[in-house]
Structure formats: C-alpha cells, structure tokens
Design a binder for this molecule. Structure first.
Ligand SMILES: Nc1nc2c(ncn2[C@@H]2O[C@H](COP(=O)(O)OP(=O)(O)OP(=O)(O)O)[C@@H](O)[C@H]2O)c(=O)[nH]1
Ligand SMILES: [Mg+2]
Length: 436
C-alpha cells in the first residue's frame, strides 16, 4: 500500500502539526501538557520522514464537530501553512472522516491525523509476513470510511475538478469494494500465518520454560535490554517503533533457571484502537507470559505518563494484573537529576534500576527475575473430582497442563498455574513438583 507520507519524493514532505488543549482532558487529573504530546507527534512525523516546519495549539472546551478546531483558528493556521509552503497538516488526535474532508477544504492540502501517521510508520517498519498483513488490515480499515477524501486527492492530482461527479462516484464504489475484498483476503491469510505461529509457540511451551515478555513505551530500551541479556542482536535505535515483530530468546539465569524472553512492539499514548486489534495476535506473547518486564525510560520527562499509557494498552489486550517487574532503564542518563530515581522508587518500591547500555543493575535484575520466576517453575499436582468438570476446564484455560489422567476416583492433573491464580485451585492441589 502506498505510504501516506511521501518519502520517495524528490523533496521532503513539509508538515505542520496541530494539537488541542481540551479543558476536560486537563481537568481530570491527566497532567500531561499538550506541548509534550506535540513534541511526541513531531518525533513521529520525523520518524516517518517528514520535516516539521511549525505547530500550533488551540485551547478548547470541546472539539468542533465540523473542523475539530475552531473555524477562525483553522483559517489562521491555513494562512500560515500557505505562506510556509506546507504539504501536509497533521492533527494530534483522531479526526472523523467528515472533519478530515472539511479541513482539507480549509487548508487545501493533505490532512492526516495521529492515527494515520502511526499506521504509516508501522507500514514502513513491518518486515514479517504477519506484521505486514496486520498493518495493512489496520490501514485499510482506517481508510475505508475516508475513501472519498482520497478519491478527492486523486482527481485533483489529475488536475480535473470536473472529474468528480458521476464517474467519480462509480470509481469510488469500485474502490470501496476493492478495499473490502482485500480486507477479507488479508483476514484469511492472517489466519493461516497465525496458526503456524501458534504451533511454534506450543513447541516452545513443551520445554516447560517460564515465559517473560518485555513490554514498555516505544524507545524505552526494550530491545537494548534483550540484547544485553541474551546477545540477541535485535535492532535497537533511537527511533519510535524500531521493533514491530516479536523476538524470543532463551535466557539462562545464574541460578540455572531457564526463561524465554520476548521483546515486542512498543506502546504509545493514543495508540489507535484498530492497531491494537490488529496486533492482538502478536501481543499474545504478552498475554500468555508468566511475567512481564515493564521497561521505563526514567530519564524521559513524561515517564510517569508513559507508564500509565502502557498500563492502558495492557488492559486493552487483556494482560492486566499479570505479575510485573518494573525496570527503570537509562539511569546513566539521569546524571544531572538525582532526585528523579528516588521519587520513582518510592512509587514503585519493587522496581529495579538499570542501564541497558552500560550494564549497571543487570545482575540485580537477573536475581529479581529468578526470584519472581521461582514459583512459576513449580508444577502442581491436582486431584479434581469427576463431578467438577468446570474446574478442569478452567484449569486448561488459565494454566499450562502437562499431564492428565482421568482414570480412578478423581482426575489427576499436573499443571503450572500462574501464581496470581493459585489461590483459586488451592483446594485441589495435592503436591508441588520442581522442574528446571
Ligand atoms: N543512555 C541510554 N540509552 C539507552 C539505554 N537503553 C537504550 N538506550 C537507547 O535508547 C534508544 C532506544 O532503544 P531501543 O532498545 O531501540 O528501544 P525499544 O524500547 O526497543 O524501542 P521500540 O522498539 O522503538 O519500541 C536507543 O538509541 C538505545 O541505544 C540506556 O540504558 N541508556
Ligand atoms: Mg525495540
């Protein structure tokens, strides 16, 4: 699919960024300033290959239904953009299809929102078959209701205002149907790819090794940490969303415990819902993990907001409440700001402070990992009466069952139960078994 931000053009696309400061948003305790959010939008735009030539913020009670920002403000920004020779205007929030269309008329240039920008970056980054399919699906689903706007572009590019109208409408219907067909085909292909990956995962689980997933805000240092711990050689760079596809490596702790560590896609504020949906399968690694390592860039001024954003996405994918080890990364960058770390540690007393680049704190991190994984290594032997099939079913849902025997007075099962669910099965546990 064609990138929304044109990077192959002779000249770099010149973009102008627009954010709104909603009184309601700031009133309910959300403390992030929109200056910071626009700063992040600028990083996203640069990552996508654009040149940011300016930005503007409007304070509003509520977004306007027609043009998102006020009409007067829109005219003012449009005038600036004309003079600054801006190609594309990017809004920090998701616009409705109607708002994009109206704004396009006011600005007379391409209008994108935060969602399309993030989708565009993902599209540029996707490497694996599954990653590419997932992102194309999210893009097409975002595009479908906005297709008129794109059609408008096409006709203008061909120089024909008169080309809209009857012929255009037919074209649009054809385009819509093509997009819908493509969506259906991608869903079928994804299904095949995913079944293969699930087979691989089952093969891994037969090793009985504990699974830990590295999660965190984009650019927090997740890949750098996986590399430091396992020498995985995953690409780590100072860019947003450097990683899209999960990588799993075995880590052997000094205590000889084995753990499978997975590094995966980073999260961000206002992550498009469609994208989370599309990536749910990739993020299954996270949902199935026994333990999460939540990596935080503590040297970032918005670190606390980023933690909340990550928690929000974890909840959205159904991974809330999992045992989590907080990892405060980039402590080497705190030199000028000694008060930051104690403040964070006060709020998250079990966190480990590390630097993934210079290795500081890694031995402590590994010791913590070992301690948190110890109970996960243990298999429980359970005896469940035959008249309680719902308990057996529940066990298969939430635990990792490795042996079952249904003969005799009770069903005998051997399973690894996540520590936070152990209480529930306590009445049926007859014995703990150690494995390594
Ligand atoms: N100073 C310092 N920089 C670090 C540290 N850890 C990672 N970085 C840098 O932070 C940037 C991002 O690191 P990555 O490991 O790619 O981050 P990530 O969380 O995998 O990011 P995405 O895959 O993009 O979500 C890179 O430039 C790293 O070199 C650290 O402990 N200290
Ligand atoms: Mg990464």
């Amino acid at each position: 699919m064609k990138a929304l931000i044109e990077t192959r053009n002779r000249k770099t696309e010149r973009v102008f960024l627009i954010g709104v400061e909603l009184k309601s948003r700031n009133g309910n305790g959300a403390s992030h300033s929109d200056g910071e959010s626009l700063q992040e939008l600028a990083e996203l735009a640069t990552t996508a290959g654009a040149e940011v030539v300016g930005d503007g913020v409007q304070k509003l009670d509520a977004p306007s239904a027609g043009t998102f920002i006020g009409k007067g403000k829109a005219d003012e920004f449009a005038e600036y953009c004309r003079r600054a020779d801006v190609d594309t205007v990017i809004f920090d929030d998701e616009l409705s299809p109607a708002q994009s269309r109206n704004l396009e008329k006011v600005f007379n240039c391409k209008i994108l929102d935060r969602t399309s920008l993030i989708l565009d970056i993902f599209a540029q980054r996707a490497r694996t078959r599954e990653g590419k399919l997932q992102i194309e699906l999210a893009q097409l689903q975002h595009l479908l209701p906005r297709l008129t706007r794109f059609w408008g572009h096409l006709s203008r590019q061909k120089g024909g205002i008169g080309m809209r109208g009857g012929e255009g409408e037919t074209q649009l219907e054809t385009d819509r149907r093509r997009v819908q067909d493509r969506i259906a085909r991608i869903i079928r292909e994804l299904d095949v790819v995913r079944r293969q990956r699930s087979t691989q995962r089952q093969a891994r689980q037969r090793n009985h090794w504990a699974l830990a997933s590295i999660v965190g805000y984009t650019n927090a240092g997740k890949s750098t940490l996986l590399n430091a711990l396992t020498g995985a050689g995953v690409l780590a760079e100072d860019k947003l969303f450097a990683t899209l596809d999960p990588t799993t490596r075995r880590l052997r702790l000094p205590t000889n415990q084995n753990v499978l560590l997975t590094d995966t896609v980073g999260f961000i504020r206002k992550l498009p819902h469609g994208l989370v949906e599309a990536f749910k399968a990739t993020l299954e690694e996270v949902v199935q993990a026994d333990l999460l390592l939540h990596v935080v860039d503590v040297s970032h001024p918005e670190a606390e907001e980023q933690i909340k954003a990550v928690d929000g996405v974890l909840k959205e994918i159904g991974a809330e409440g999992k045992p989590t080890l907080m990892v405060f990364n980039k402590v080497d960058q705190l030199n000028g700001n000694k008060a930051v770390l104690p403040r964070f540690l006060e709020r998250h007393p079990d966190a480990v402070a590390i630097s993934a680049t210079n290795g500081e704190g890694l031995p402590v991190l590994m010791a913590q990992l070992g301690a948190q994984l110890r109970p996960i290594r243990e298999f429980m032997e359970l005896a469940i009466p035959h008249d309680r099939p719902e308990i057996v079913a529940r066990l298969h849902d939430v635990a990792h069952v490795v042996e079952r025997r249904y003969t005799g007075k009770t069903a005998k099962l051997k399973a690894r139960i996540p520590p936070h669910l152990r209480e529930e099965f306590a009445p049926y546990i007859v014995r703990e078994v150690q494995t390594s």
